[in-house]
Design a protein around this ligand. Structure first.
Ligand code: DC
Length: 226
């Protein structure tokens, strides 16, 4: 069987990217972190003071945004580049998390990103994590896993991630941000965060990373065995 597409969708901070990265490495597949793309767009909009409600400004900005991924040997993962500049660290900061849901709810932004994501994975052999991969970007993905976890567990994980990068943020602030993003992500018109009917649910509240990776690999193996 040819290489397939593995779509990992779900809520923020339930381990999607880390799981996707590990699954991709095990299978020799590419890993595409679509959240990083929306974060990079948000950074550009922030730096260029784009008015989110002005469709002309948004469309012009999108024409000037070029997002690429380049493998970083030291990290063992790809860094995201915005117009040739490595923005991997900047896009993970809290001020971008506070902006990204609003930016990613803009239809023109979603159309531009979905088109790029479809191009990036046209040869398949990809693990892609996001919110609408199994529903919008690749409704024909062979494996679809929808990830969720208890909001407090997610907030604690996110707090640790930020702390590891030297950013100290109050747990309540993180929890409020996650819950706000859940609402915006799930209720937007274009590509809302919703479990695809043919996706398998994985609640990671009490799972280790190894268990999450194994679970996804098992879904892959089941499809391959058919
Ligand atoms: O996965 P993440 O938390 O880095 O994603 C950041 C934001 O980007 C998230 O709040 C929703 C948005 N996003 C999206 O709308 N569609 C995707 N495919 C991926 C992310």
């Amino acid at each position: 069987m040819e290489k397939i597409i593995i779509a990992l969708d779900g809520h923020s901070s339930c381990g999607k990217s880390t799981t996707a990265k590990r699954v991709a490495a095990k299978l020799g597949y590419a890993f595409i972190d679509t959240g990083a793309m929306y974060r990079a767009v948000s950074l550009y909009f922030h730096e260029h003071h784009i008015t989110l409600t002005n469709p002309i400004e948004v469309a012009k900005a999108l024409e000037n945004i070029h997002i690429t991924f380049h493998f970083n040997e030291a990290r063992g993962a790809s860094d995201v580049f915005l117009n040739g500049l490595n923005v991997e660290t900047e896009i993970r900061k809290m001020y971008i998390s506070q902006l990204v849901s609003e930016v990613s709810a803009i239809t023109a932004v979603r159309k531009a990103m979905v088109a790029q994501q479809q191009k990036m994975a046209k040869h398949r052999g990809v693990v892609m994590d996001g919110r609408d991969i199994g529903t919008k970007v690749f409704p024909d993905a062979e494996v679809k896993v929808f990830m969720t976890a208890d909001p407090v567990v997610r907030a604690e994980r996110r707090q640790k991630e930020l702390l590891d990068k030297g950013e100290i943020v109050d747990l309540d602030e993180i929890l409020a941000n996650l819950q706000k993003r859940d609402i915006i992500d799930s209720t937007r018109e274009e590509g809302p965060l919703v479990q695809a009917v043919d996706a398998v649910l994985m609640d990671t509240s009490f799972m280790t990373l190894d268990e999450q990776v194994e679970f996804v690999i098992l879904q892959h193996d089941l499809v391959k065995a058919k």
